[in-house]
Design a protein around this ligand. Structure first.
Ligand SMILES: [Zn+2]
Ligand SMILES: [Zn+2]
Ligand SMILES: [Zn+2]
Length: 234
């Protein structure tokens, strides 16, 4: 957990506002090793404060530009950028700390409660979606333009990654894939059995008299043969 840079009190989970001294902490990018704030004015506006966002370069594998609001410290990521940042920043995680994930997951939702905000690019109301398995973070997402994180949520997602949240997510996906494969296999076998049973008893009938098999699906011929057999065996 992070502490207030002003008074050292522990910060509440999922919030950047210190409950003791009231100062706002820029905790999110503290987890990112090297970043420079070019602070270019972006044309996009903060969905919380309606001021222009600033472009900052996180210097990950070259230029890595995201946008930030200097007032509320919210961050906007183009599609897939957030995932790339998490991957690049939190490495060497080999185990899943389920206890830690449970406590991260149960944290209360930050400073804004449940509210719907507009995409900084197209102004469409964004969808609130759970980020990853057991992260406890609900992000605001525009399917076309990207993801908005309120101040403190990136820190939360770093902690989720460190606790093995991504690993758990991959494990769940793998389980899901195996279950689906098993179901498909079961379904296939059922069809094979049906086909086999249908082939021997329902559709094909043996006639010793003629020394061959006859299909019921040739109804005319079938009828003639049945009548003939009845006639001869009376
Ligand atoms: Zn403080
Ligand atoms: Zn803002
Ligand atoms: Zn959009």
């Amino acid at each position: 957990m992070a502490n207030c840079t002003n008074c050292s009190a522990p910060l509440p989970p999922d919030s950047i506002q210190c409950t003791y001294c009231g100062s706002r902490n820029d905790t999110d990018l503290a987890g990112v090793h090297y970043f420079t704030t070019h602070e270019l004015e972006s044309e996009r506006t903060c969905p919380r404060c309606a001021v222009n966002l600033k472009t900052i370069d996180l210097n990950i594998n070259g230029r890595f530009l995201i946008e930030r609001c200097n007032q509320c410290l919210g961050l906007f990521f183009d599609p897939n950028e957030l995932e790339a940042l998490l991957e690049a920043t939190v490495t060497n995680v080999f185990s899943i700390d389920r206890k830690q994930l449970d406590s991260i997951n149960s944290l209360k939702k930050g400073d804004y409660g449940v509210s719907y905000i507009k995409c900084p690019v197209c102004s469409t109301i964004m969808n609130r979606v759970n980020f990853g398995v057991k992260s406890g973070v609900i992000v605001d997402r525009c399917r076309e333009h990207g993801v908005w994180l309120d101040g403190g949520e990136l820190r939360h997602l770093f902690e989720w990654m460190k606790a093995g949240g991504k690993l758990l997510q991959q494990e769940r996906a793998e389980e899901q894939r195996r279950t689906e494969a098993r179901e498909l296999e079961r379904e296939k076998r059922k069809l094979q059995v049906q086909a086999a049973m249908g082939g021997s008893s329902a559709d094909e009938v043996s006639f010793d008299l003629f020394g061959g098999t006859l299909r019921k699906s040739d109804p005319d011929l079938f009828d003639i043969v049945v009548k003939a057999v009845r006639f001869f065996t009376k």
